[in-house]
Design a protein around this ligand. Structure first.
Ligand code: KG4
Ligand code: ZN
Length: 341
C-alpha cells in the first residue's frame, strides 16, 4: 500500500510517500519533502499563525509536486492528512488540499492525529537497524512544542494517556527560557548546544513534580525559577548563560527520564518510544536509552532527527497503521484534538 502524507499543523509544510505491506512490519520511506517558514518566525520570536498559513498556501502544491516527482498518481492508494491538533489556518491549508486531491484522484482520505504521527515516526524503516517494530504494550513519550504526554499503546487503536503536562510542554519551556536568554525561536536545539559548554552545578534548578506520585509533568515552574534567578544577575555572560542552559536541559531530562522509567515499570511494557521535536535532544535520547537498558533491559525506539520534528512521513505512517478512512465531507479540522482519534 502506498500512502501520500500531508502535514501542515504548525509552521512546516510537508508531503511524503511511504509504502507498507503488513502492519507487523515497518513502513518504508519513499520520499519526504519539507518546507519551513521558521526563519520568518525566528525574527518575531514565535509563530504568527496568519503568516504561517499564508506561507503554507504558497508552498503546499510545489511541496506535493516535489514529493510525487518519481511516483505515478495511480500508484497512490490513499492520502493521509493531519486534521489536528494545531493552528486552525495551517490545518485548513493541508485538509482542503488533501480533500481536493482525494476528490480529483478518487483516493480514500485518512484524517490523522498529529500526536499519533509523532509516535508512528518510530515505525518507519528509514532508521538505523529498524528491522522490527516496537512491541505492544508500548509506552510512548511524546515531547514537542505543544505536548508532553506519556501514552500507553496496547494496540494500534487501543490507547490510554497515562500522564500529561499540567501547564507548559517541555519544548515550550525550552523555547520560553531561550527567549529569556536572547536565543531565537525555536530554542530547544540551541539550548542543548550551549549546554555542552556549561556546568549545571553552577545554576541549580528544581525538578518540578518529579515525586508527585503520578505520571503528570509541569514545566512552567522551571521557567519561573530561571526567570527569577536570571533577574538577579547583572551581567549575564556567555559563560553563565551556558550554565543556565546546561542546568535547564538536565532538569527537563531528569524529570522526563524518571517518570518514563516509572511508567514503563508500572505498566510492564515491552517497548518504549520517543516522539516529537524534543526527542531530537541527545541528552534525553542517551540517558533514557541507558537507563531503560540498565534497569529493565528495555530497548528505546527513537526516530531519526529529521523524523522527530514535524514531517509528513510520520503522518503517512500513522495513516497506514491506523487506517481509519473517513468520507471527505465528514472530515473537519480540530485545533484541540487529543488522543481520541
Ligand atoms: O514536534 P515539533 O517539531 O513541533 C510541535 O509539534 O510542537 O517540536 C518542536 C519543539 C520546539 O519546542 C523545539 O524547541 C524542540 O521541539 N526541539 C528541541 C530540540 N530540537 C527541537 N528541544 C530540545 N532539544 C533539541 N535538540
Ligand atoms: Zn509536532
Amino acid at each position: 500500500m502506498t500512502i501520500l502524507g500531508i502535514e501542515t499543523s504548525c509552521d512546516e509544510t510537508g508531503a511524503a510517500i511511504i509504502k507498507g505491506t503488513t502492519k507487523d512490519k515497518p513502513v518504508t520511506l519513499v520520499s519526504n519533502t519539507l518546507a519551513t517558514s521558521l526563519s520568518l518566525h525566528a525574527k518575531t520570536g514565535g509563530i504568527i499563525p496568519e503568516e504561517a498559513a499564508r506561507e503554507q498556501l504558497k508552498v503546499i502544491l510545489p511541496v506535493i509536486e516535489e514529493t510525487l516527482k518519481d511516483i505515478k498518481k495511480n500508484d497512490i492508494d490513499a492520502i493521509a492528512v493531519t486534521h489536528g491538533p494545531g493552528l486552525i489556518g495551517s490545518l485548513l491549508v493541508g485538509i482542503e488540499t488533501a480533500k481536493t486531491l482525494s476528490y480529483l484522484w478518487d483516493k480514500p482520505l485518512i484524517p490523522v492525529n498529529h500526536l499519533f504521527g509523532h509516535i508512528y515516526a518510530n515505525f518507519i524503516s528509514d532508521q538505523d537497524n529498524l528491522s522490527t517494530l516496537p512491541r505492544f504494550p508500548s509506552l510512548a513519550l511524546v515531547v514537542s512544542g505543544g505536548h508532553t504526554d506519556l501514552v500507553l499503546l496496547k494496540e494500534n487503536t487501543d490507547v490510554l494517556v497515562i500522564g500529561s503536562t499540567r501547564d507548559d510542554a517541555a519544548g515550550e519551556a525550552f523555547d520560553k527560557i531561550g527567549r529569556l536568554l536572547g536565543l531565537s525561536y525555536p530554542a530547544g536545539a540551541k539550548i542543548s548546544e550551549k549546554a555542552k559548554y556549561g556546568n549545571a552545578a553552577n545554576f541549580p534548578l528544581p525538578r518540578p513534580m518529579k515525586h508527585s506520585g503520578d505520571f503528570d509533568f509541569s514545566f512552567s515552574g522551571l521557567k519561573t525559577a530561571v526567570f527569577n534567578k536570571v533577574q538577579t544577575i547583572t551581567n549575564l555572560t556567555e559563560e553563565i548563560s551556558n550554565d543556565v542552559c546546561a542546568s535547564v536541559e538536565q532538569a527537563v531530562v531528569d524529570v522526563l527520564v524518571y517518570k518514563t522509567l516509572q511508567a514503563a515499570q508500572t505498566y510492564s511494557v515491552s517497548s518504549v518510544l520517543l516522539g516529537g521535536g524534543v526527542s531530537a535532544n541527545t541528552m534525553l535520547k542517551t540517558t533514557l536509552r541507558e537507563e531503560l537498558k540498565k534497569n529493565y533491559n528495555l530497548n528505546l525506539f527513537v526516530p531519526k532527527p529529521k523524523l522527530c520534528t514535524d514531517n509528513a512521513a510520520m503522518i503517512a505512517a500513522a495513516g497506514f497503521y491506523r487506517q481509519q478512512v473517513v468520507p471527505i465531507n465528514e472530515i473537519t479540522v480540530d485545533p484541540d484534538l487529543y488522543y481520541t482519534v
